[in-house]
Design a protein around this ligand. Structure first.
Ligand SMILES: Nc1ncnc2c1ncn2[C@@H]1O[C@H](COP(=O)(O)OP(=O)(O)O)[C@@H](O)[C@H]1O
Ligand SMILES: [Mg+2]
Length: 329
């Protein structure tokens, strides 16, 4: 098993006016893996990233990054990390390559090594063809890539990406996922990314922690989360085997349910939100004169898990935010 690259224990951070942004945040990231910190706006994701990248200090608790304590050895931590913040940071009047060179110089790189590292970073995030382009002429997706190239030019051990794809069009977002995935596999880089997109965490992360109100509410591998994401199982029990067989055809166009399987008197189906599908299912079946003896909804979605822990929905909020982002762009 790979050793821990980031170890966060019981971090607490309170901002002036009493906002408790982190409230006992605890998680571990294994070396050479992608870790997704997933949560809604205000969950404390950026605060966590700022503390781990030594830009901010926790009130209590400890964090070790690449073997160094963030409060006691901040300079050592800084040498080992790259940070891509939520806001774009490249100079608009300079070219892609000039921006990456500038960043490399800030890390003390010089001469031939600087040029080699800059070109390597640009190539690794798929920007070689655009190296001479001024940032002002780059698309949103390209600007994000420039930020990432700037974040890896000094070959950090750990890269922090705070909401790397927020505000990007879905297709650009997916392209960036591909490039990020390659980046990790290339040379054992550890990535901590924050996101409020379930799919993003699911696609990129080896391990995910869902955050709310400054703490981890649940965590696990994407495989586990995927299972939880597949929606609910709906078990509809009818009074005869024959009725169960008829039910499949009747429910085919209800829309909210699918993947039917009949087992005796029981019809198994999948629904995105089981509870919401039940009324339509019942209406259709009883309307056709079938007798339903019971309906069971099982296996909560990740969002249901989230709801259970926090009292609100991540998916609903995320949809609203996506719409907001679209209307703003
Ligand atoms: N500089 C700050 N001063 C006061 N409150 C802040 C500051 N930065 C963040 N907060 C508050 O801390 C909470 C967590 O914020 P943040 O870490 O930005 O969450 P996220 O990145 O998950 O959206 C929010 O309630 C936010 O309003
Ligand atoms: Mg944030």
């Amino acid at each position: 098993m790979a050793s821990a690259s980031i170890q966060v224990s019981d971090l607490v951070k309170t901002y002036p006016r009493g906002v408790r942004a982190l409230d006992g945040l605890t998680f571990t990231v294994r070396e050479g893996t992608v870790f997704g910190l997933l949560g809604p706006n205000g969950a404390g994701k950026s605060t966590a990233v700022r503390i781990l990248s030594t830009l901010s200090r926790q009130d209590t608790g400890t964090a070790v990054v690449a073997g160094y304590d963030v409060s006691r050895q901040p300079d050592a931590v800084r040498r080992e990390i790259g940070l891509v913040g939520q806001k774009l940071s490249a100079v608009p009047t300079a070219t892609v390559r000039e921006n990456v060179l500038l960043q490399g110089r800030m890390y003390g790189l010089k001469g031939r090594e600087l040029a080699t590292r800059a070109d390597e970073a640009i190539a690794r995030i798929g920007l070689s063809d655009a190296a001479g382009k001024p940032i002002g002429f780059c698309s949103g997706g390209m600007k994000r890539r420039v930020d990432i190239a700037m974040g890896i030019v000094h070959r950090p051990k750990v890269l922090f990406l705070d909401e790397p794809t927020t505000g990007l069009d879905p297709d650009i977002r997916m392209q960036l996922w591909d490039d990020l995935a390659k980046l990790v596999r290339a040379d054992g880089l550890t990535i901590l990314l924050t996101t409020h997109y379930l799919e993003e965490a699911d696609t990129l992360a080896d391990e995910v922690a869902i955050m709310d109100s400054g703490r981890v509410v649940t965590s696990g591998s994407p495989a586990t989360l995927k299972q939880e994401l597949r929606g609910d199982t709906l078990l509809v029990e009818l009074d005869t085997d024959e009725a169960a067989g008829q039910a499949t055809a009747l429910l085919a166009d209800v829309g909210q349910v699918g993947e039917f399987k009949v087992d005796g008197r029981t019809l198994h189906a999948r629904a995105e939100v089981g509870g919401a599908a039940v009324p339509a299912v019942l209406e259709r079946l009883s309307g056709a004169g079938l007798r339903v003896t019971s309906v069971t909804v099982s296996q909560p979605t990740l969002d249901d898990v989230y709801l259970q822990h926090t009292g609100h929905r991540l998916v609903a909020q995320r949809r609203e935010e996506t719409e907001l982002e679209r209307s703003q762009s």
